[in-house]
Design a protein. Sequence first.
Length: 209
Amino acid sequence: MALSSYALVTLAEFRAYVGAQGASEDSALEASINRATAWIEDQTSRKFITRGEVGEYHTVRPDEHTIQLGEWPLISVTSVHESTTTPRAYDAASILTVATEYQAVNERGLIRRLSSSNLTWWARGYRAIKVLYDYGYATSTVIPDDLKMLCLFVAASMFKESDRARWGLSSVTDAQGSVTRFLGYLPPDMKAHLLAYQRVEFERTWEAA
């Protein structure tokens, strides 16, 4: 099992966390990291390591000057279009200029509409806004520490569960001691970190282009 390009931690970090020695368990360690990464992405409805450029359409509510992109942090914004024609035309005439007509807040994935560098409202209408952008962290080495710790905890829970070869049990006691299986439970402090990275879907304005 090769380590995913989108893994949230490195093999070396996970080895140190679980106290693994040598390379004999690397395949199982990598599988646990991959599964933990996939679980966290599923729980947060986000992709953390960059997948390259994506496009989104936005249908904004009245009197809205800020839109939330589907993924963040931003690496770069390729283009922002505001089309008021019918049918929509995302061409040179509809493209906005950075700094004077829109502002990107990279760490939160926000795009603010500007007019002469001051806040103004986005145009209303179905799919009036189209944004092309790159997002995410470049590699696992720049993932925030709390997200790394969360991945390490989940991956270790999965790894130890497979190590004991007991499936479908919430807890078990054997010669190695007592253990509670990982069934999606997180300690309160780690759950708080997970929720902080969760994408909010309530009244979202975007859809994939």
